[in-house]
Ligand binder design. Structure first.
Ligand SMILES: Nc1ncnc2c1ncn2[C@@H]1O[C@H](COP(=O)(O)OP(=O)(O)OP(=O)(O)O)[C@@H](O)[C@H]1O
Ligand SMILES: [Mg+2]
Length: 234
């Protein structure tokens, strides 16, 4: 459960988030759409407790983000634009490192399983500096979920992935949903949003301009609403 009220974020005299109110229930899979520079990544960074909001309130599972950062961070899995991987480490070393940060049990076994799940077993011990963009993204996804987070914050997770990896990622999100996890996913990919999300939020100029539920992978509805809110009136 995520509760956001009157959230603002100002940086360099620019108001990036201008009063966001949003409530997300446990188990929801929510896509955040919006044009470049709308404030989507900033919103995710605030939720991931990486940057402080200027004003407003954020609660996660009833806990205030201002006061309970450490506790909240434990239940979050955050996949940013950048991979957060250590270049000279292999996938196994990276995952074991992050797993240990979160106190994951049988961390090496879990890391090996995850590398297998993302289809890179063959490269288990190769330094990630030699990896292609899509391979790095696959390992970055494994890193974000190594501690079975209750809440997944994904910033353009499908970027750079081939069809096989998209299927792997979508299955991972859906299987975490089955276990009760909540996902917030920033994306420019309407098709992926419609396929795996049950709710769509559109952000423009630091504000929520639309918020609706979708069913039956209603891609055309997403495109229509986006056009109306973003491409239409400006
Ligand atoms: N630390 C910062 N200092 C100043 N301005 C910032 C900072 N971080 C973000 N911004 C500005 O805030 C706005 C929103 O940025 P943000 O990265 O949240 O956009 P976005 O919606 O994720 O865009 P994209 O789709 O391109 O990833 C941009 O205009 C950006 O330049
Ligand atoms: Mg962004």
């Amino acid at each position: 459960m995520i509760e956001i009220q009157k959230l603002t974020k100002q940086a360099d005299n620019k108001l990036i988030l201008r009063g966001v109110d949003l409530s997300i229930k446990k188990g929801e899979t929510v896509a955040i759409l919006g044009p470049n520079g709308a404030g989507k990544s900033t919103l995710l960074k605030v939720l991931a407790a990486l940057i402080k909001p200027t004003s407003g309130m954020v609660k996660v599972n009833g806990l205030d983000l201002k006061k309970n950062q450490t506790e909240i961070k434990k239940i979050l899995g955050y996949l940013p634009h950048s991979s957060l991987l250590y270049d000279h480490y292999s996938p196994l070393e990276n995952l074991v490192f992050y797993g240990n940060v979160y106190g994951v049990q049988e961390v090496e076994k879990k890391a090996v399983e995850l590398v297998k799940d993302v289809g890179l077993s063959f490269f288990l011990n190769e330094p990630v500096k030699n990896f292609s963009r899509g391979m790095i993204q696959r390992i970055a996804i494994a890193r974000a979920i190594i501690h079975d987070p209750e809440i997944l914050l994904l910033d353009e997770p499908h970027t750079g992935l081939d069809q096989g990896a998209i299927t792997i990622l979508n299955k991972a999100i859906l299987s975490m949903k089955e276990k009760g996890a909540t996902t917030l996913m920033v994306t420019h990919d309407f098709k992926q949003a419609a396929e795996i999300c049950d709710r769509i939020i559109i952000v423009k100029n630091g504000k929520l301009v639309d918020d609706f539920h979708i069913s039956d992978q209603a891609l055309s509805i997403v495109a229509q609403k986006y056009e109306l809110q973003v491409e239409g009136a400006s």
